[in-house]
Design a protein around this ligand. Structure first.
Ligand code: CAA
Length: 258
């Protein structure tokens, strides 16, 4: 597939997508989002790919939805076309794990896309923010919801109400990102983590992702029961038998993804 706004490659069993619209700080125009959706679909269907890394450039993961593209749009138009839905939501629907490798600016829709991924590894120059309020709108791709769940009400409210940016160290302290690494090592480190995941049992990885995500959709008791049932279901797989036998026999497991 030929893309104009992203680059796509595989590294071993990891699919690597890089947002690539340098002139606009990777602003998320409609064409970019459509291409991102297509690339994710292709990796989702590709049995050779076990996990995905989504990154940008050293300067910007993405500086938000494309302001120039949306500036003159009206309510009826954005409502009827369900703006910020198609393509965007593909990220959350993907069943394979997606690691966001974020360097530079992750603002507005860029921060929201990063938060739609399963976890965020940040380069030490990363800056996160929801500055929509400063251009007369509010986050529209889940920012008020996911940021609040990630960092709590006080910090999320301050960021959404003022547009203040958070640096990588603060993002790690607040729990928005899993780890901070030197920016020069970011993509390699993300691919390394994704490779580790891709080498594990695919069905068990999918069950695990589903179970962690349930924490955001349910009350605790319901979530724990859901997790327990998925845990029970792993005992119907060959990979659980193999994984535990390998531990007991002190050898590496040979998962068959069954
Ligand atoms: N949309 C369109 N173009 C953008 C853009 C965006 N979100 N962000 C940056 N660009 C463009 C700039 O217009 C500029 O283009 P020109 O060279 O043609 O003028 C180019 O990218 C480089 O940007 P700057 O000159 O502004 O670079 P800088 O280093 O001085 O600043 C920045 C970088 C702080 C990221 C600044 O560009 C900025 O504040 N961008 C907008 C951030 C923002 O408000 N994002 C929220 C968008 S709304 C949204 O995302 C809604 C939602 O929830 C879905």
């Amino acid at each position: 597939m030929a893309f104009e706004n992203i680059t796509v490659e595989t590294r071993g069993n990891v699919g690597l997508i890089a947002l690539n619209r340098p002139k606009a700080m990777n602003a998320l125009c409609a064409d970019l989002i459509a291409e991102l959706g297509q690339a994710l679909d292709a990796f989702e269907k590709d049995d050779a790919v076990g996990a995905i890394v989504l990154t940008g450039s050293d300067k910007a993961f993405a500086a938000g939805a494309d302001i120039k593209e949306m500036a003159s749009r009206g309510y009826m138009d954005v409502y009827v076309s369900n703006f910020i839905t198609n393509g965007w939501e593909q990220i959350t629907k993907c069943r394979k794990p997606i690691v966001a490798a974020v360097a530079g600016f992750a603002l507005g829709g860029g921060c929201e896309v990063a938060m739609m991924c399963d976890f965020i590894l940040a380069g030490d120059n990363a800056r996160f923010g929801q500055p929509e309020i400063t251009i007369g709108t509010i986050p529209g791709a889940g920012g008020t919801q996911r940021l609040t769940r990630a960092v709590g009400k006080s910090k999320a409210m301050e960021m959404c109400l003022t547009g203040r940016l958070m640096d990588a160290a603060e993002a790690e302290r607040a729990g928005l990102v899993s780890r901070v690494v030197p920016v020069a090592e970011l993509v390699d480190e993300a691919v390394k983590v994704a490779t580790k995941i891709a080498g594990l049992s695919r069905p068990i990885v999918m069950l695990c992702k589903e179970s962690v995500n349930a924490a955001f959709e349910t009350m605790l008791a319901q979530g724990v029961t859901f997790e327990r049932r998925l845990f029970h279901s792993t005992f119907s797989t060959e990979d659980q038998k193999e994984g535990m036998a390998a531990f007991v026999e002190k050898r590496p497991p040979a998962f068959k993804n069954r």
